[in-house]
Structures are given as C-alpha cells and as structure tokens.
Design a binder for this molecule. Structure first.
Ligand code: FE2
Ligand code: FE2
Length: 377
C-alpha cells in the first residue's frame, strides 16, 4: 500500500531572494510528495447563499456554453491510434537553439556530443515530463474547483464551477490515459507546482483559489497547451489538447469574470496582498518549474543542471517568457497590474513579461477556442 506524502502544509515562500536562489531551487526539487498519496490542509469556510438570482449575464452565458460543450474522453477521441512516439515531439530533433549551446558548453554535461538520436530521446522525455505536469496540474484544478463550489458566495459562480469540476476530471482522465497507454507512464509532480497548489488550498480566502488556480496556473497551462499543440504532429495528442484548450479557455474566463467586480471593491492593502501573491506564483512558475528530472534521466549530473540555471540567470535569458502571454493581460483586466502605483507592473517589467500586457485577455477568448461544435485537429 502506498504511503502518504509528508510535506508540511501551506509552505508559502515570502522571500523573493530565496525564490531566485539556485541552491534553493535544486533543494525544493527533491521534496517527496509520497508514493501514492499526498495530504494537504484545505482552509476556508463553505458559504451558502439564499440569493438564487443569477444576476451576471457574462457568467450565465459561460455556464450555458459549458453545458453544451461537454465531450466524452472515451468516445470523442480515438484511443486505438497507434502513437508514433517520434511524432510526439518532433520539434526537439535537430534544432534546439539555446538549450543545445548553453548546456553543451558546460563542462561535464556531455550534451555537446549529443547526436540527433539523443535529442530525439530528450524530446520524448520533455514531452512526457510536460504532459505529466499537465496531469498533476489538472488534478490540482479538479480539487481547487471543488473548493470554489463550496467557498464562493454567488450562485452563478457555484453553477459554473460545478461544470468545471466535471471538465477537470475529464482532463485528468485524458492525460493519465495518454501517459499510461501511449507513453509508458508519468513523471512525478514538479515540487513548485504542488507547493503552489497546496498554498492555494491552504488559504482561507476564497478569491485566492481563483487567483492562484484560474488566473495563474490555468493561464500558464492554457499558453503551454497552445505551444504543445503547435509542437506535436501526433494526431491523438493534438486532438486531445485541442479539446482541453477549449475547456481551459472557459475556465480562465471564469476567473476573470468572477474576480473583476470583487477586486474593484477591495482596499489598497488587500489588493497589494493579491499582487504579491500573483508575483510569487509567477516567480515560482518561471524557471522553478524546471525539468531537472529530465536532464538527470538523460544522464546529465545535478551539478551541471545547477550550473545551467546559474548561467541562465546571469544572461537574463528566460526561455519560458511566452508562457505568460495569458497571465499578464488577465492580471491587467483584473486591475492588479496598475493598482497601488503600478507595483505589479513594475515587477512584471523587472522579470521581463510586461510585453504581454496587451495580448488578448481570456474573458471572451473562449468563444474562439470552441472545439465541440467545430471540427478540430
Ligand atoms: Fe483542466
Ligand atoms: Fe481548467
């Protein structure tokens, strides 16, 4: 019988210096979340409402949309497809740009001698690692959305969140099935991702579940699904991602639509706290969600991975920047970017993601992602 994980609950990093420290990143990566289970505390009161008037039209529309956009993972996807593993990650073969140069230059990495065969293996492991983090993130979303059903005070939000619970269960189902049946199993959860999910669940303010999950984690996931969809030629994965993206676009819209009004009513101190939370989540997801396990799987020593992270810092190169193309405009839409003399704008400028502020926000974008009523590939 598997043992539960033993990570202390609500481990929130307040020290931003520590967030950027390579030794701290490497130490965190080794946290053990258990062989079969991980237990964490959930905080926040359950709220009943006696106001059954569903008053916000955009949320009603989103709820109606969700009801007609349900798909069945068992029957809408062709699981008989014999997956060509090379096609899963073709993009990593041949041209890997900065990775090849930076990692190849570090003494002892061995990466400089990699041929197309190793890069191809690396590509498969990267995709497997990435899909594994999607899987674990989806379980986080499943649990967080169930918490939202309980803690959010409005009936229209409870209605919508209930549809998202079903969506997230389906997402866990498809990613786990794909990894088990087509890619031979998954990687364990990235520690930063799980710590962030634990913090979101451990916070007793209902809006933090939205901010952490719908805006930050799902915003990042939506961008990442888009890149992965563009990078793979494997038809089952491509279609699976396209279906998931259609759901996710609604979920991020749900976060923006629900929080906007609420944040307009918070005072300066309360908003500043949300800004700090958003920055902390962004920094954690930046290069703390680094695929150390993949490099190690490929035989690259831990010390070399550490050196790679140090060099990455020194150059200011941040190869995951585009993943913030959904988060920054959504923070702007919520008023978080410019509140309190633009504190978050300044921070997002410092970490090099402010350029995405005018990318489309996701409060209406979900209409474009519709998958069920159109023929998607
Ligand atoms: Fe999801
Ligand atoms: Fe979602």
């Amino acid at each position: 019988m598997a043992k539960p994980g033993s990570i202390p609950t609500a481990r929130r990093i307040r020290d931003l210096e520590q967030l950027n420290d390579v030794d701290s990143i490497l130490a965190t990566a080794d946290l053990d979340f258990g062989e079969g289970f991980h237990t964490t505390a959930t905080r926040g009161d359950t709220q009943f409402t006696w106001d059954y008037e569903s008053s916000r039209e955009p949320l009603e529309r989103l709820y109606e949309k969700a009801k007609t956009s349900q798909w069945n993972a068992s029957t809408d996807l062709d699981w008989t497809i014999d997956v060509d593993i090379e096609k899963v990650s073709r993009v990593f073969t041949g041209s890997t740009g900065p990775l090849r140069t930076m990692m190849g230059d570090i003494p002892g990495s061995g990466v400089g001698r990699w041929t197309d065969k190793e890069w191809s293996e690396f590509g498969i492991e990267v995709m497997k690692w990435r899909l594994s983090q999607f899987l674990h993130g989806e379980q986080g979303a499943l649990v967080c959305t169930a918490k939202i059903v309980e803690t959010v005070p409005w009936i229209d939000a409870k209605y919508y969140a209930s549809t998202q619970v079903v969506d997230e269960a389906r997402h866990v189902e498809v990613f786990s099935r794909y990894l088990r049946e087509k890619l031979d199993g998954e990687y364990t959860v990235n520690a930063e991702l799980q710590l962030l999910i634990d913090d979101v669940l451990g916070d007793d303010r209902w809006d933090i579940t939205y901010l952490g999950m719908q805006i930050m984690i799902e915003g990042l996931a939506l961008a990442s699904f888009g890149f992965t969809h563009a990078q793979t030629d494997e038809p089952l994965l491509k279609k699976l991602l396209r279906y998931v993206m259609a759901d996710e676009a609604r979920h991020v819209a749900f976060g923006v639509l629900s929080l906007k009004e609420y944040y307009e009513g918070l005072d300066g101190t309360e908003i500043r706290d949300r800004q700090e939370f958003a920055l902390e989540a962004a920094l954690r997801m930046r290069d703390r969600m680094f695929m150390i396990q993949v490099w190690e799987q490929m035989g690259v020593p831990r010390a070399v991975v550490g050196e790679f992270l140090t060099r990455l810092r020194a150059t200011g190169v941040w190869f995951q920047g585009p993943l913030f193309s959904k988060i920054v405009p959504n923070c702007k839409k919520l008023g978080l970017l410019d509140a309190g003399d633009g504190w978050l704008r300044e921070k997002f400028t410092e970490i090099g993601v402010i350029e995405y502020e005018n990318a489309p926000d996701t409060s209406i974008e979900y209409e474009l992602f519709d998958a069920v009523s159109s023929d998607v590939a």
